[in-house]
Design a protein around this ligand. Structure first.
Ligand SMILES: Cc1cc2nc3c(=O)[nH]c(=O)nc-3n(C[C@H](O)[C@H](O)[C@H](O)COP(=O)(O)O)c2cc1C
Length: 263
């Protein structure tokens, strides 16, 4: 019933309504503990998850509803992407249901309320549950690497792990950070910052989130850079794709943005 009602709203309004409902308390409480055999460990530092099914970034962009979403039983909830400064994102409409294709396209453009509001809300993180913070860069920033360093510094004390998202197709140029010296510069500066934060406050797993639209050469270069990185637990593969299958039939199939098919 609820799903049918939500589908009568435009997609972004449905998302907003879902967040509002969860904030108003229409969500579950703490879930039953998972059976121990569902436990998994991830990354170099062995981040422990109670089960392997998590909620990826983009649903709880402003860290408003991580507690009820953990209540649904997710093994982790990744909040964000958050940028240092608040940002309105792209012009609406920017989220499209491709209903007959069971897919969505989004070009939200990192709409979010900024790091200050985000980290304040993380203060209310429950003692149980894995809450990740996905950090990004402001579109208008003159120094994207500095934005990622600022993100690490702000969220470190408040989250279970950090993801550096350099894979959004909706901030022009951002995915250039996945390449060559730009990636080395990013991993150099963030690795240094992470090592200092670790020394001060303890270990946090740090992940790098990449795009699926990479050729063999680019994938190889990323693997080399990641292996050489000073402080990185692993890769999150992947964000939405800019490619489109040939057999789409939806009216919105030509919209720009990241495509995500239901699996
Ligand atoms: C509407 C929408 C918004 C998203 N926003 C973000 C985001 O802000 N940051 C991010 O790293 N990924 C974002 N993503 C990508 C998802 O986190 C995820 O990587 C992608 O959907 C592929 O995983 P899935 O197949 O499990 O959905 C978004 C995806 C969708 C559909």
């Amino acid at each position: 019933m609820a799903t049918v009602g939500m589908r009568m709203l435009p997609p972004e309004a449905a998302h907003r309504a879902a967040i509002a409902g969860l904030k108003a308390g229409f969500g579950p409480g703490r879930p039953k503990a998972d059976p121990p055999e569902l436990k998994v460990r991830l990354g170099v530092s062995g981040l422990e998850l109670p089960n392997p099914v998590g909620l990826a970034a983009g649903f709880d962009k402003d860290a408003e509803v991580f507690t009820p979403m953990l209540g649904y039983g997710f093994g982790f909830v990744e909040c964000g992407t958050v940028t240092p400064l608040p940002q309105v994102g792209n012009a609406k409409p920017r989220l499209f249901r491709l209903t007959p294709d069971q897919a969505v396209i989004n070009r939200m453009g990192f709409n979010n309320q900024g790091l200050d509001a985000f980290v304040r809300r993380l203060d209310a993180r429950p003692k149980w549950g894995v809450v990740g913070a996905n950090v990004g860069a402001n579109k208008a920033s003159e120094d994207w690497v500095a934005d990622y360093v600022a993100g690490l510094k702000a969220v470190w004390r408040k989250c279970s792990y950090v993801t550096m998202n350099i894979s959004s197709p909706n901030t022009p140029g951002l995915r250039g950070l996945q390449e060559g010296t730009a990636l080395e510069d990013l991993l150099g500066a963030t690795g240094e910052a992470a090592a200092a934060l670790d020394a001060e406050m303890g270990r946090r797993p740090v992940f790098l989130k990449v795009a699926p639209d990479l050729d063999e050469r680019a994938i190889g270069a990323i693997c080399e850079a990641v292996k050489a990185a000073r402080y990185l637990d692993g890769l999150i593969v992947s964000n939405t794709t800019i490619e489109r299958p040939d057999d789409l039939v939806s009216a919105f199939k030509g919209e720009a943005g990241g495509f995500r098919v239901r699996r």
